[in-house]
Design a protein around this ligand. Structure first.
Ligand code: PEP
Ligand code: MG
Length: 568
């Protein structure tokens, strides 16, 4: 049994599908006659072309024509007669098939990488991809392909990239287990919006699990069992059905109010990564979208920042999809662990503390203005709120808001319809902003507390590191005091305070947050109904008393104990 972090709830039992790039080892030993090696090469090259065609075909259902263009570039390279003839010449001069293919590819990569033109530099990456595929075919190695999975499996990987998760087929993916990551890493967040069980940060899984092994993943407790006994399979099958039955039972609360026993109402909203996630929020009784992470639009774009038109379509789709319910869109939060294919961030010692989010946008106002224009144009299709990520100083907020006002005025002058009721707020995820919340509240229309980052910055503990994951302590009184300052700061000026970090959907935190006066809780769609169930059982007055007591404690364990006692 291995221990990991439960990142997206559920239980799954199935066969392991290992998402691991095969290791290519090139031997210099020459096997077979020249004719046999030439045939080996030609067959492997033909298979490479047909593999790429198949991947393209399967991906065409999910990707846009621009995104599919990458496969055409790969096909062009694989069909390049110059490349084939150079490899054949090397084979004829006595090289092994793999060595000849590798040497010619390396030479081409070097040539393209040394060019100044960004377009040609990018082609170097294409050559590497194609040559990797070709070498695997020569050596008889299989490359895992998520889009080719056609039976139920549990994915096992070191980590999943956003593009891996975008390719996941929910029909066949029972769940996934990763070696690294924490509850707030992006693969975990994606798993929750896809409603797929996930256990992350499972040290040892990549060495222990083999393709085809039977695996049990208990993503309620963060446990993984490899090659289980019959009894274990039976026990966890029951647990799985019990979980599903409880989930089904919660559906009666879909249209119920999020209200305490003494009539205090809060708003329960969902976090989304794109228009596709709107359905999940509505199906789970979400009263709005409290966080639209727009960076996925940018990360899924292949060769450049998404255009104003592309963004406009996505924002409009979400606003219309939510049918007039509130939608909080966060402007681009890129940098840190979130990279772009078409933009190179500067090398920094601490990227999480570096050039990212609003810092990037205030530096690259061209990128920022495009997003704001798209948002402003979409604003007439629903109830839009905009917030800026990673605000540290009042001046940053004022500057960002100023750019927003300028773009709004320009559009109005151009005769474009723009809503007059857009709220402009900010995320509170840097301790400096929490401490000064009562000043920020003079300018911002609302706050949304990003605890994933607020905790990492308060504790100085990298949210991606399992080694220091014990410092991810949502209930630590230090954090509760920062949250209180933020909420009180907002209320002092009649503004609202929400939370969109993972803590908002944490069952243990809900009573305290309620008592602290949080107005809006935004979370993974799958946590909404359970949170509503909890809130409907609590008295606001009692939770205010609970929060007061919690703020006076000195460690997370004691707060957890207090909450458990109260909920008994
Ligand atoms: C947060 O920091 O809590 C947050 C919601 O933003 P992200 O997880 O995208 O950094
Ligand atoms: Mg954040």
């Amino acid at each position: 049994m291995l221990k990991g972090i439960a990142a997206s709830s559920g239980v799954a039992i199935g066969k392991v599908y290992k998402l691991e790039a095969p290791k290519v080892v090139i031997s210099e030993e020459v096997v077979g006659t020249e004719e046999e090696r030439l045939t080996e090469f030609r067959n492997a090259l033909a298979k490479t072309v047909s593999d790429i065609e198949k991947v393209k075909e399967r991906a065409s259902a999910n990707l846009s024509p621009e995104e599919l263009a990458i496969f055409d570039a790969h096909l062009m390279m694989a069909n390049d007669p110059e490349f084939a003839s150079q490899v054949e010449d090397m084979i004829k001069s006595g090289q092994s098939t793999a060595k000849a293919a590798k040497d010619v590819s390396d030479m081409m990569v070097m040539m393209f990488e040394s060019m100044d033109d960004a377009y040609f530099k990018e082609r170097a990456a294409d050559i590497k991809d194609v040559s990797f595929r070709l070498l695997c075919n020569i050596l008889g190695l299989t490359i895992p392909d998520l889009t080719a999975i056609d039976e139920e499996v549990v994915l096992v990987a070191n980590d999943l990239t956003p593009s891996d998760t975008a390719q996941l087929n929910k029909k066949y993916t029972l769940g996934f287990v990763t070696e690294i990551g924490g509850r707030t890493s992006h693969s975990a967040i994606m798993a929750r919006s896809l409603e797929i069980p996930a256990v992350v940060g499972t040290a040892g899984i990549m060495t222990e699990a083999k393709a085809g092994d039977i695996i049990i993943m208990d993503a309620l407790e963060g446990k993984v069992i490899l090659n289980p006994t019959e009894e274990e399979i039976q026990k966890y099958t029951e647990k799985k059905y019990q979980f599903l039955a409880e989930k089904e039972a919660l559906k009666v609360l879909k249209d119920a109010k999020s209200e305490t026993t003494d009539g205090h109402e809060v708003e329960l909203a969902g976090n989304i990564g794109g228009p596709k996630d709107v359905e999940g929020v509505l199906n789970n009784g979400g009263e709005g979208v409290g966080l639209f992470r727009t960076e996925f639009l940018y990360m899924n774009s292949e060769s450049d920042f998404p255009t104003e038109e592309e963004q406009f379509k996505a924002y409009k789709a979400v606003l219309e999809g939510m049918g007039g319910k509130k939608v909080v869109v966060r402007t681009l939060d890129i940098g840190g662990d979130k990279k772009l294919n078409y933009f190179t961030f500067p090398e920094e010692m601490n990227p999480f503390l570096g050039y990212r989010a609003i810092r990037f946008c205030l530096d690259r106002k061209d990128v920022f203005r495009t997003q704001l224009r798209a948002l402003l144009r979409a604003s007439v299709y629903g109830k839009l709120c905009i917030m800026f990520p990673m605000i540290a100083t009042v001046n940053e907020f004022k500057e960002a808001k100023g750019v927003f006002e300028e773009e709004k005025a320009k559009l109005i002058e151009e005769g474009v319809a723009v809503s007059d009721h857009i709220e402009v707020g900010m995320m509170v995820e840097i301790p400096a902003a929490a401490v000064l919340a009562d000043e920020f509240a003079k300018y911002a229309d609302f706050f949304s507390i990003g605890t994933n980052d607020l905790i990492q910055y308060s504790m100085a503990a990298d949210r991606m590191s399992e080694k220091v994951s014990y410092l991810y302590q949502p209930l630590n009184p230090s954090l509760l005091r920062l949250i209180k300052m933020t909420i009180d700061g907002a209320h002092k000026y009649g503004k609202w305070a929400g939370m969109c970090g993972e803590m908002a959907g944490d069952a243990m935190a809900a009573p305290v947050l309620l008592g602290l006066g949080l107005d809006e809780f935004s979370m993974s769609a799958t946590s909404i109904l359970n949170t509503r169930k909890i809130i409907r059982k609590l008295s606001y007055k009692d939770m205010q008393d609970l929060a007061k007591k919690a703020l006076a404690l000195d460690c997370e364990e004691d707060v957890a104990e207090l909450v458990k006692e109260t909920l008994k």
